[in-house]
Write a protein that binds this ligand. Structure first.
Ligand SMILES: N[C@@H](CCC(=O)N[C@@H](CS)C(=O)NCC(=O)O)C(=O)O
Length: 230
């Protein structure tokens, strides 16, 4: 029997998107080849009718998985990360969740992931900040408060079990989700010096090529003034 053809992956991405950076990082770690399609959020390209067909939630990332006869759209970053984890794409020796028998460890990684992906990112998304501005609030203070409180909680929850990474010495989805959240938090003025565990983990993961190459400064759609070569 002929071997099944590898699926073709297309990722709708925006260089600044922290949710998309999670996917770019996991794909790099696993060695999953991905074709990028660029969606400029400031130009509202995610609000077009053609993109709405691809992702009715009008957000990035969207991962399109093309097989010989099927095409699947995955429109939530954590669902994409879990898809990679459960698929045979790339290097399957690289698993980014603790093993099945470590159910407490898996729950811990998930609580850290969800703290950022459910409690920090959604209320500080651009479309929410726009609404805060529209009712006369300070979007900057709003984002700062939510990010700072969320990272304070992350620090307390991660510190007891952290090692090199958020969960002992195992690189997990918690680290993948944390790194871009730190970039964004610093952008809004959060002082990471308050959070020694987070700071240590962030500095450690940023030594890895996969994290560096997936970050906001290393994308083809990154404006030249922000691009970093190394
Ligand atoms: N829960 C979604 C969140 C996606 C999301 O909010 N993406 C942001 C960029 S990080 C976006 O597309 N924002 C568009 C907007 O705010 O209008 C996921 O994890 O994929």
């Amino acid at each position: 029997m002929a071997p099944a053809l590898e699926p073709h992956f297309i990722l709708y991405t925006y260089f600044r998107s922290t949710s998309t950076a999670r996917v770019r990082t996991a794909a790099r770690l696993r060695g999953i080849p991905i074709q990028f399609r660029y969606i400029a959020i400031p130009k509202s390209e995610h609000l077009t009718e053609s993109y709405e067909i691809i992702n009715p939630n009008l957000t990035v990332p969207t991962l399109v998985v093309q097989n010989a006869e099927t095409e699947v759209h995955i429109r939530q970053s954590i669902a994409i990360l879990e898809y990679f984890e459960e698929s045979k794409a790339g290097n399957t020796n690289i698993q980014l969740m603790p093993p099945a028998e470590d159910i407490a460890g898996r729950a811990h990684v998930r609580e850290l992931v969800q703290l950022i992906a459910c409690d920090i990112q959604p209320p500080t998304n651009q479309r929410i900040l726009k609404r805060v501005r529209a009712i006369g609030g300070s979007a900057e203070n709003w984002a700062y408060d939510i990010m700072n409180a969320g990272l304070k909680a992350f620090e307390s929850m991660a510190a007891p079990l952290a090692g090199t990474y958020s969960y002992g010495n195992f690189l997990t989805l918690a680290d993948i989700v944390l790194a871009p959240a730190i970039v964004n938090a610093v952008r809004y003025g959060v002082d990471i010096e308050q959070y020694p565990t987070i700071k240590r983990i962030y500095n450690k993961v940023m030594e890895l090529d996969a994290f560096k190459l997936a970050d906001w400064r290393h994308q083809e759609d990154t404006p030249v003034e922000f691009q970093q070569v190394s």
